[in-house]
Design a protein around this ligand. Structure first.
Ligand code: NAG
Ligand code: NAG
Ligand code: NAG
Ligand code: NAG
Ligand code: NAG
Ligand code: ZN
Length: 953
């Protein structure tokens, strides 16, 4: 799946520190699935010994189908009722019939299939080994609800080696409010309310449409028939092979029935259907595949871009793998209602409209164009990684989604080189996203056990983003060409089959050995599995400390990076591999400046010594060239100083990804108290001259801790002037003239303006205020750049008075699209009584939750923070009444910004008042106290130094 998930994740991971200040407008990349904030499930058991496949077995965990039977073909007949005015009592029903053809592997009397939300009306079991199918007697049926099982027990035993057919009739439903399964969606086109049906089966919802062996390893072929009223269009994975009519006794009408051709052998979750009022544009790729883009007829003018993107990417991926896309057609459909961002169903890919439709005439921004190109690439690469070769079990989901993440960048670059995907986006989106979600002690490994009914929990930032980073790490030391050759071998070996991570490592090892003409272990000491297991089987990633011990020698030590110096690793359920890694460490120095073919030294589960050939004492050195490996790098203070000087004198000496790397690492290491934070303040000084996007974005991503620590201190004014000054040259040259034909510069402009306004750059504030005033004067004509709205509203309200606030208050009630942005911006005012009144109203009213409103006030200014804390303490009884025990979380969130002894006293006093709080809340209270103590320590270590530096400017 692709689309929104990573976005949501990225947002929520940041929310740990800053709930609402950051406008989450820029698309991160990726992403998938089932709604926001899916908590990771706890695995069922310890990770098995490293050599074993990670696949839960039936004894260890309930819910995996018995391995006695193997389906090889299905015939599915589906009649969804989704027209209320004509369906009568059948409205929302899904009438279905299925034939499941299967082979018996081991004698058994039980036939166990998945089913959910349906009533089985009838079943018949046939022995089909003879000329005529022979009806067999059945004894009973049993439903096991927790596992969605339907077990039919036959009278006699089924015989190993014999083929059988199970026929079933059932009534299911299309009424799925979560939009999973075969669901009905409602939308409005040209003021007419319309309905459609479509499917979303990954991970475990095919069973809602028809009884099946609903696990990814049970691959089979499928024949589908859809029954629908003639005015609609019906689509499925393959082309139709027959159109017919069907008399429906329930409605006494003649319906259409379309039979679709047999699919290739595939997992159940890749089946797809839609019936609706759809129109398409179409073309044929250079390799002869028919490509159609479907959507509401009124939006068809926005479909051309996806067609162009899809044509290039589909053929390029075929050529890259030298494996043809095996279906005759590829349909890509924009659905007005869809649960995930997009879904790679073989031959019928579904998207949310905003991830498929793009047109500059419709006023769509370059970031939407980037999203569309990226999400299409994500879904198209899945036709190989995911569809052709599928992970054996959901534990190995990264074999689908990690690849999809990496190849989003490859595929988008083909069609939109101006976005400089690998040069400017991979790092912030995939890499920094991974860092943010994997730097806590309660993180989890990329590959881990997952119970059948928790499969959806695997669709998280780790699987998508860390998965992509692992591939980037490999391309750094294997080389892209050889790595792709390994992928080709992997795809060929496991086509129409399933694989586990070890299969990938074996294919890569084989490929590399062929290339180097010898055994990897003999020559190199390790094979690919040994090199990669520490990255996939334990949580986290390393920080590498570099210390210069002589003119030409660097000591390199590695350890598990944790953002919080007091964090404790919670890995009882996963085990660990000692929190050491195989780190391919590239490096160069000032005299040498080898950024294209840098030196490399491995840290094999331990330390290493790097040799700086030809370096002089005055030379800086730099490691992890282009930030290719998923590691943080810390230098000795002297070297940080030399790098800072280099940036100030001539920043272009370091290629752009390295500049971003230095900024991002310094800010985060400073936060983690592994580096004096003043170093990060010094290193960003060169940004005054920086005109590329990435380094600014690297700063923007990690600016919040510094801001939150300082904004209630007298140092904040200095910080504000500093940042506002750093951004001023770019502000002057870029201005507010958004041009939607721009590529990367659109993103630069956004970053520049957001940072400028957030740090009260005078002209930015004046502009924002004027634009907001213009909107107030003409409320139905909001001309503010869509991706600047959060910043503009907040800035205008922060610098405005009651009028600006009241306008927002009234407007948000009638403008649903702007409501969230406005409600957040209302927390930006600096008028006490408005902020307090805002929270009071939220406590009594039911429009927006008090919890959210308190967050808006807390995170948008220093004044708001203090008022929100007082308000929370004073009104805790009421909050407790509304939210129950989770009201305590509201209080603990303040700890992220608390950093004085007075704060600590107040937090403790609050804890004492509620000393009878539940255990869970008490644990979180202790965490919060630790958090504040850490912040206090940070202040003691850093505030004075930062002030001295800022005053010296
Ligand atoms: C399943 O078994 C019950 C008795 O336990 C029986 O009443 C019912 O008809 C059976 N279902 C089907 C579809 O045969
Ligand atoms: C067959 O299914 C029944 C439930 O109908 C269950 O009690 C029994 O354990 C199953 N037998 C096997 C061998 O799985
Ligand atoms: C079935 O009808 C659809 C819609 O008219 C058409 O596109 C398709 O080609 C038809 N299929 C066959 C096999 O005639
Ligand atoms: C790296 O250096 C930091 C700061 O001195 C220290 O806190 C950390 O423990 C060191 N880690 C390793 C692996 O040496
Ligand atoms: C690092 O990036 C620069 C471009 O910014 C490129 O020229 C160089 O080849 C890259 N080096 C490596 C090792 O990827
Ligand atoms: Zn995906």
């Amino acid at each position: 799946m692709g689309g929104d998930r990573g976005k949501a994740e990225k947002k929520s991971s940041r929310t740990r520190i800053c709930a609402t200040l950051i406008p989450i407008v820029l698309a991160c990349c990726i992403i998938g699935s089932t709604g926001e904030n899916v908590e990771m499930s706890r695995p069922l058991q310890q990770l098995p010994a490293v050599d074993e496949d990670i696949h839960v077995t039936n004894e260890e965990s309930g819910g995996l189908l018995p391995t006695t039977l193997e389906p090889y073909h299905y015939k599915v007949w589906l009649q969804p009722y989704f027209t209320e005015s004509k369906d009568g009592s059948k409205f929302l029903d899904l009438d279905g019939k299925v034939d499941i053809y299967f082979n018996c592997i081991e004698d058994t009397r039980n036939i166990t299939v998945h089913h959910e939300y349906m009533t089985i009306l009838k079943y018949e079991l046939y022995d089909i080994s003879g000329e005529v199918d022979k009806l067999l007697q059945t004894e009973s049926n049993t439903t096991i609800t927790g596992w969605d099982w339907y077990i039919i027990t036959s009278m006699g035993s089924l015989q190993a080696g014999v083929n059988y057919r199970l026929y079933m009739e059932y009534v299911g439903t299309v009424n799925h409010l979560d939009n999973f399964g075969f669901y009905m969606g409602t939308y409005t086109e040209d003021a007419i309310v319309k309905t459609f049906v479509a499917s979303q089966f990954e991970a475990i919802a095919a069973r809602r449409a028809f009884p099946c062996f609903d696990e990814p390893a049970y691959k089979a072929t499928f024949d589908t028939a859809l029954v629908y009223r003639p005015e609609y269009v019906a689509l499925s994975n393959t082309y139709s092979i027959l159109n017919d009519t069907y008399y429906d006794p329930n409605t006494d009408e003649v319906w259409s029935v379309t039979y679709f051709g047999t699919t290739v052998k595939m997992s159940t979750y890749l089946n797809a259907y839609t019936v609706g009022d759809w129109a398409c544009v179409q073309s044929t790729t250079r390799n002869g595949i028919d490509l159609r883009i479907w959507c509401q007829p009124s939006l068809l003018y926005q479909a051309e871009y996806a067609l162009n993107v899809g044509m290039v990417q589909l053929s390029n991926f075929e050529d890259l793998w030298n494996i043809p896309y095996p279906m005759a057609k590829m349909d890509m459909s924009a659905l007005p209602v869809f649960s995930s961002g997009a879904m790679e169903n073989w031959g019928l890919v579904f998207y949310r409209e905003n991830y498929l439709l793009y047109s500059i005439e419709a006023g769509h921004t370059p970031d939407r164009r980037k999203d569309v190109a990226q999400v299409i690439a994500h879904e198209l690469i899945h036709q190989w990684f995911g569809n052709l070769v599928t992970m054996e079990w959901w534990s190995h989901l990264w074999l689908n989604e990690g690849f999809a993440t990496y190849f989003e960048y490859v595929g988008t670059h083909w069609v939109e080189p101006g976005f400089e995907m690998f040069e400017q986006f991979f790092q912030t989106e995939a890499q920094y996203g991974t860092f943010q979600s994997d730097q806590q002690g309660d993180s989890h490994p990329l590959i881990m056990d997952v119970a059948p009914n928790d499969a959806n929990s695997m669709f998280n930032a780790m699987t998508y983003l860390k998965g992509g980073c692992i591939i980037k790490l490999m391309d750094g030391f294997v080389g892209v060409d050889l790595m792709f050759e390994g992928f080709r071998n992997y795809l060929n070996q496991f086509s129409y089959d399933n694989a586990v991570s070890d299969d990938l490592w074996a294919a890569l090892t084989q490929t590399i050995e062929l290339d180097m003409g010898g055994n990897m272990k003999d020559i190199f000491g390790y094979n690919m599995k040994e090199l990669m297991d520490p990255w996939t089987l334990q949580m986290g990633f390393p920080v590498v400390n570099l210390t210069r011990t002589s003119t030409t020698a660097i000591q390199a030590d590695q350890g598990h990076f944790l953002i919080d110096p007091n964090d404790v690793v919670e890995d009882e359920e996963y085990g660990n591999l000692g929190y050491v890694w195989h780190v391919p460490l590239t490096f160069t120095h000032k005299t040498e400046q080898l950024f294209t073919n840098p030196n490399m030294e491995w840290l094999h589960l331990t330390s290493a010594v790097l040799t700086l050939d030809g370096a002089t004492d005055n030379d800086w050195y730099i490691a992890n060239i282009n930030q290719t490996a998923l590691i943080r790098v810390n230098y000795d203070v002297d070297n940080w100083g030399k790098l800072t000087q280099q940036l100030l004198v001539d920043y272009k000496a370091l290629p752009v990804r390295n500049r971003a790397h230095l900024i991002n690492d310094a800010l985060v290491l400073g936060q983690a108290q592994q580096l004096d934070h003043v170093v990060s303040m010094e290193i960003i000084q060169y940004l005054y001259n920086e005109i590329e996007y990435m380094p600014w974005q690297a700063y923007e991503d990690e600016q919040y801790y510094t801001k939150y620590m300082l904004w209630r201190t007298s140092t904040y004014g200095l910080l504000q002037n500093y940042i506002s000054n750093l951004v001023s040259p770019n502000y002057a040259s870029l201005g507010w003239n958004f041009d939607y034909t721009e590529d990367i510069d659109y993103f630069r402009r956004l970053d520049t303006l957001r940072i400028a306004c957030d740090y009260n750059h005078a002209d930015c504030v004046a502009n924002a205020t004027n634009q907001y005033a213009a909107w107030m004067a003409d409320p139905d004509n909001n001309k503010i750049e869509i991706n600047m709205r959060s910043t503009v509203y907040c800035t205008a309200i922060r610098h405005g008075g009651e009028n600006e606030w009241n306008f927002a208050y009234n407007r948000q009630r009638i403008d649903p699209e702007e409501q969230n942005r406005l409600r957040s911006a209302m927390g930006c005012t600096q008028l006490n009584y408005l902020l307090t009144g805002y929270m009071e109203e939220a406590l009594t009213g039911d429009e927006f939750g008090a919890r959210i409103t308190i967050g808006f006030v807390r995170d948008n200014s220093a004044l708001g923070f203090s008022l929100a804390w007082t308000f929370t303490v004073d009104n805790f009884v009421a909050l407790n009444t509304i939210y129950g025990d989770s009201a305590f979380d509201i209080a603990w969130t303040f700890a992220n910004q608390m950093n004085t002894n007075k704060d600590l006293l107040e937090l403790n006093a609050f804890g004492n008042v509620y000393s009878d709080m539940p255990v869970e809340a008490a644990n979180d209270f202790n965490e919060a106290v630790k958090r504040v103590e850490t912040n206090i320590l940070w202040m003691e270590r850093n505030e004075d130094q930062i002030r001295v530096f800022l005053e010296s400017l």
